[in-house]
Design a protein around this ligand. Sequence first.
Ligand code: PLP
Length: 372
Amino acid sequence: MIYLDNAATTKVFDEAVSAAAQMMTDNFYNPNATYTHGVAVKSFIESCRKEIAKYLGAEDKEIIFTSCATESNNWVFSQGRKRPSGNIVISAGEHSSVYEPAMRLKSRGTDVRIAKLDKSGRVDTDDLLRLVDDNTSLVSVIHVSNETGVINPIKDICSAVKRKSKNALFHSDGVQGALKSDSVDSLGVDYYSVSAHKMGAPKGIGLLYVNKKLNIAPMLVGGGQERGLRSGTQNTAYIAAFAAAVKQFIKTRDLERTHAIRNKLVELFTDSGAKIIGDRSNSGYILCVCLNGAKAEIVQNAACDRGVVIGKGAACSGSKRGNRVLSAMGLSDSEVERCIRISLCNDTSMGDAVTASEIILECAYKIRRGNV
Ligand code: PLP
C-alpha cells in the first residue's frame, strides 16, 4: 500500500508507540500525585514539554497540552481575546475548527469579517488589512493550508496587523506548518495550534502555543493542571508519544527531498493535462490536483482498490458537500469535484510517489473513458 494522505493523519512512529506504552505500564502514575512516582512522571512530562517547545521554537512555559488542535483553535476563539466585544478577522482559507468557532460567535452577534484568498490560495493581505481596525480583537490566518499546502506569510501579515491595530491578537493554525515550515518564534504570533497526529504521534493530543506575554483564560477549570489553563489529568502516555514523535520527525525530515518529490509530481500531473492548485512555493508535503474529467471521489476509490491511498479535501469535513476553501479560491463546482489531495510524509520515497501518480492517472483515464 502507498499511503499518501498524511495531511489527514500519519502512521505513528514505533518510538512514539514505545514511549506511550511505557507510560501506560511502568509509569502509569498520576503526574499530580505528590509521592515519588507521581513526581517522576510530572518531571518526565515537563521534559517532554521542553523537548517539543525546543523543536517548535518556543519556550516550555508557552506550551499548553490539549486534546487536539480543534480544541486549541476553539479555545482561542472562546477565551483568547482581550476584549470580547471587538470584531474578528479570519481568512477564507481556514480549517473548519477555526471557521466554525468564528461562525458560532457571529451567530451570537460578533462582527466576524472574512478576508479573501487570491488564486493561489494565499490570503489577500490587502483585503485582510482593510478589514482590520482599532476594534479588532482577534485575527486568525492558517499557516499552511491543509487543502492546497499554500504557505501564508504569517510573519509579515502578523506584523502588518499589529501595526494597524494595537488591540488585535494574532492566531495561526499551525497544524500543517509545525516542523514543516517556519518555527513559531520567527512568526511573531500570539497563539499557534499544533496537532500531534500530523507528525507521527497518536490522535488525541495537541497543544496551544500561548506567547509568554499573554494571559489567556483557562480552557477547562478544575484541578489546575497545565498552569491552571487546562485542568484535567494530563494524557501522560500521549504527551510522551508526542515528544518521541517530534524527535523522530526532526531526525527523518528532509525538506529539500520532500520538495523534490512534490515537484516531480507537479511535473507528472501537469504533463497529463491536470491542473495544479497552488505553485512550487507551497509546502512540499501537500499537493492539490484538479484532474481532467474524473470525479475525485471515484478516482480515490479506484486508486484505493489498487493500493494507493489519497485524499480529497479535508478528511474531517469529508462528509460535507463541496469545499469552502477551494471555492473561495475561485474554483468552479465542477473543478472542486475533481480535486484530489496527495500528502507526503518524511518516509515517502520518490519511487512510491511516481508509482502512485501513474496509478492515479490510469484510474482517472479509465473513469473518463467510462471503463470504471
Ligand atoms: N487544522 C488543520 C489545518 C488541520 O488540517 C486539522 C486536521 O485535519 C485540524 C486543524 C484539526 O486537528 P485535530 O485533528 O488535532 O483536531
